[in-house]
Design a binder for this molecule. Structure first.
Ligand code: GLA
Length: 458
């Protein structure tokens, strides 16, 4: 199972309207017929936010929305990228000289991340060229992993062009690592679920080693995604990396406090593993070892016995060098409590008590509160949307993905769904000020979808 590669499926393109349209557009763009197609899905994280990069398990599911790429390998060593969305401009480069510009979060850079990851994995300096037409229907910058889906899709495109084989786990690990070329220090959740997802089931994703276990969601409830219409591009700001660094520093201070070798500790999970204690006990250690007042760089250096220069060059990322305030206590409290909620969520799904929808909803509500107050990754619009969703029948509602904008996910009893959708639409999207761009508005029920795969024309 772990060694399984992404599926390769033969399809009658004429019977799939989206593939057919892509084939026709490809033909008018490049004057030829695609050799194959690859799809990689976006995801919604049900619970477990901002803890994957701390080493903790998360609980996402793939959504039906995806990135689909039509591909034709060519002999010219040129990579030509086009997008069905005219907002995303054409791009071409030599396939042997891939440069990723971190200063600009342009769409094609995500493709290049996936390509470069595979190229480096096989130690190849010469890549064949290809023509690619990309079509995505995941709302961008909305916390549903449109960028990781593009990275994963590009990774699988490159692997297929090369005629090589890798397991889903290897692909997920390569793509998680190579997405960091864009400059964000993400964990591996998005890429893992994009490859390891299976239709009909959410997954518990565990790291080191990477593995995915089915989590059966309650049949009496539906998960609904709603876009706050506030765009958050995590590569364009330093919010995301600041949180990663705060967690890293918290881990080092906790390890030092407990007289552990702290200099090679990077993740909060490592501290727990070294101490061999429970998450609840880690919350108590956090209260003893850290203070709620923010830390400045000088205090951190004093605690660790290092210079400011060492802090900057050996610990912090390039875009967090000038940060003056680090909230270590709050971030560690969020991470350890959120990690515990993920395990409770999975346990409730397994035991399926009669009031399970209510219990799962409570955990999702607690998760949102912790993201809002301790991790400070919400925003007023997300908080308002979460309140509206709860008011109209969600048992639980929370921000999903990185936050600071993007979508919420709510658990709604199945019989309340039609009324819920109508009321939330009215209360959030049909506001009198008409301030929300209609093309960004999305409110939809979702089901666990399948993972990345390759289509060949039958
Ligand atoms: C982004 C990152 C993920 C994860 C989430 C927050 O989607 O890519 O790795 O950290 O944010 O849970």
């Amino acid at each position: 199972m772990a060694a399984e590669s992404p599926a390769m499926r033969r399809v009658q393109v004429a019977e799939h309207p989206r593939l057919l349209k892509l084939k026709e557009m490809f033909n008018s763009k490049f004057g030829s017929i695609p050799k194959f197609y690859v799809r990689a899905p976006g995801r919604v994280n049900i619970i477990g936010e901002h803890i994957d990069y701390c080493g903790y398990s998360v609980l996402p599911m793939a959504i039906e929305q995806d990135v689909l790429i039509a591909v034709e390998p060519v002999k010219t060593y040129t990579l030509q990228l086009a997008n069905t969305n005219p907002l995303y401009l054409d791009f071409s480069t030599s396939a042997n000289n891939i440069q990723i510009d971190k200063t600009k979060a342009l769409w094609h850079n995500y493709f290049l991340c996936g390509l470069k990851g595979i190229q480096e994995h096989f130690g190849l300096s010469n890549l064949t060229g290809m023509n690619c037409l990309v079509d995505g229907n995941i709302p961008p910058s909305s916390g549903l992993s449109s960028s990781s889906a593009l990275v994963c899709c590009a990774g699988l495109v490159t692997l297929t062009v090369l005629g090589r084989n890798l397991s889903k786990v290897e692909l997920a690990e390569i793509c998680a690592k190579s997405e960091r070329y864009i400059g964000t220090e993400g964990g591996g959740m998005d890429q893992s679920i994009s490859f390891l997802a299976e239709e009909g089931t959410a997954k518990l994703i565990e790291f080191s080693p990477l593995r995915a276990t089915d989590v059966k969601l309650p049949s009496g409830a539906v998960f609904v995604i709603a876009n706050s219409c506030v765009e958050m591009n995590k590569a364009a700001t330093s919010h995301f990396n600041i949180r990663v660094m705060e967690c890293r520093l918290a881990a080092k201070l906790l390890a030092k406090y407990k007289n552990l070798q702290w200099d090679n500790v990077l993740r909060l999970e490592e501290v727990q593993a070294k101490l061999g204690i429970s998450l609840e006990e880690m919350l108590l250690v956090t209260e003893d070892a850290l203070h709620p007042e923010p830390y400045n760089p000088e205090e951190i250096c004093r605690c660790l016995g290092i210079s400011l220069e060492e802090l900057r060059t050996q610990i912090l990322s390039p875009n967090t060098q000038d940060v003056l305030i680090f909230k270590l206590y709050q971030r560690a409290k969020h991470v350890y409590s959120e990690a515990a909620r993920v395990l409770q969520f999975k346990k409730i799904c397994e035991e399926a008590p009669e009031n399970m929808v209510q219990l799962l909803g409570e955990l999702m509500n607690q998760s949102h509160m912790s993201c809002r107050d301790m991790y400070e990754c919400s925003c007023p619009e997300l908080d308002q949307l979460v309140d509206i969703c709860r008011k109209f029948g969600a048992q639980g509602s929370r921000l999903t993905g990185a936050g600071w904008g993007g979508c919420t996910v709510s658990i709604v009893p199945a019989d309340k769904l039609p009324g819920f959708l109508a009321n939330v639409h009215k209360a959030y999207y049909q506001r009198s000020d008409g301030s929300l761009a209609p093309e960004k508005q999305s409110l939809f029920a979702t089901k666990p979808g399948g993972g990345a795969l390759v289509f060949l024309e039958a």
